[in-house]
Design a protein around this ligand. Structure first.
Ligand code: TMP
Length: 237
C-alpha cells in the first residue's frame, strides 16, 4: 500500500490517504508539544518508538477482543490503519492521581485512587481541550448515548489489559488518554496511538517517570525514558 496524499498533519503524526478509501497510513514524527502547543521540541527517535509501541499494544488489545484501527506496520515510522471518523473526545482513564486531576482536586500526585476514573475532554485546540461531561457530549452532538456507553466500556477494558501488560514489565500505568473513531458503518474502534506521549508510566520499583512528563516538566533524560519503556516491552515480546 502506498501513500497517495497527505490528508492531515497533527502535532506528532502525519496521515496519508492510500489507494484504498478505507485505509490510511500514519507516519510518526519526533516532534513533541505540550500545553496545547505552547511548548515545542523534538524527542529524537520518538516517532520510531511510538509507532512500534502503539502497534505492539494495539495488537495485544485486538487479541483481547478490543477492536482497533491497526492493520499492519509498514516500516519503522509508518503504519497502515483503518480509516475512521475520530470522535472528538480525549478519553482519559486514571488509576493513580497525577497531572491535571491531582491539581484540580488538590490530591498529592501518586495517591492511588479507590477506583479507576474516566473523564472526557473535548478535542478542540482552539478551546484548549476543555473537560466535558456526557450530557454536554450528547447536547453538542459529538457522540450518542450508545456510543458513549461503548466508549466507556472499551476504555475500562483497555485499562485492564494495559495495566496487566505493564505490571508484568515492572511499569505502573498511572493514567492514559485514548481516542476512538467510527468506521463507515458506525462501529466504534480504538484509534490514534498508545505511547509514552499519551500514558503516564512509572517504574514500579523506583517511581521514575518513563513518559512525556519528562519533556512537559523539563526533567531531563527524555530520550532515555522512551528507550527504557521500549526495552521493557521488547524484553518480553
Ligand atoms: P492530564 O493529567 O494532564 O490531564 O493528563 C492525563 C493523561 O492524558 C496523561 O497520561 C497524559 C495524557 N495526555 C495526552 O495524551 N494528551 C494531552 O493533550 C494531555 C493534556 C494529556
Amino acid at each position: 500500500m502506498n501513500k497517495v496524499a497527505q490528508v492531515y498533519e497533527g502535532k506528532a503524526k502525519k496521515v496519508f490517504s492510500t489507494e484504498d478509501p478505507e485505509l490510511l497510513i500514519v507516519s510518526y514524527k519526533d516532534d513533541a508539544t505540550a500545553f496545547n502547543g505552547l511548548k515545542k521540541g523534538q524527542i529524537e527517535g520518538k516517532g520510531i518508538i511510538n509507532n512500534r509501541m502503539s502497534n505492539i499494544l494495539m495488537d495485544m488489545l485486538n487479541k483481547a477482543g478490543i477492536p482497533t484501527h491497526l492493520v499492519q506496520e509498514l516500516n519503522e515510522r509508518e503504519t497502515l490503519v483503518r480509516k475512521v471518523e475520530i470522535v472528538p473526545l480525549e478519553v482519559i482513564i486514571r488509576n493513580i492521581a497525577a497531572g491535571s486531576f491531582a491539581k484540580r482536586y488538590g490530591v498529592t500526585e501518586g495517591s492511588p485512587l479507590k477506583a479507576p476514573t474516566l473523564e472526557f475532554s473535548y478535542k478542540n485546540d482552539d478551546l484548549g481541550d476543555p473537560l466535558i461531561n456526557s450530557y454536554h457530549v450528547i447536547a453538542l452532538g459529538l457522540a450518542t448515548q450508545e456510543e458513549i456507553d461503548t466508549i466507556r466500556d472499551l476504555a475500562f477494558r483497555v485499562n485492564d489489559e494495559l495495566k496487566r501488560f505493564w505490571l508484568s514489565r515492572g511499569v505502573t500505568l498511572v493514567d492514559f488518554k485514548i481516542e476512538f473513531g467510527r468506521l463507515a458503518d458506525g462501529t466504534i474502534i480504538l484509534a490514534d496511538e498508545i505511547s509514552p506521549d499519551t500514558c503516564r508510566l512509572w517504574d514500579s520499583k523506583t517511581g521514575n517517570k518513563l513518559d512525556k512528563d519528562r519533556f512537559r516538566r523539563d526533567l531531563g533524560g527524555v530520550e532515555e525514558a522512551y528507550q527504557e519503556v521500549m526495552r521493557r516491552i521488547e524484553s518480553q515480546v
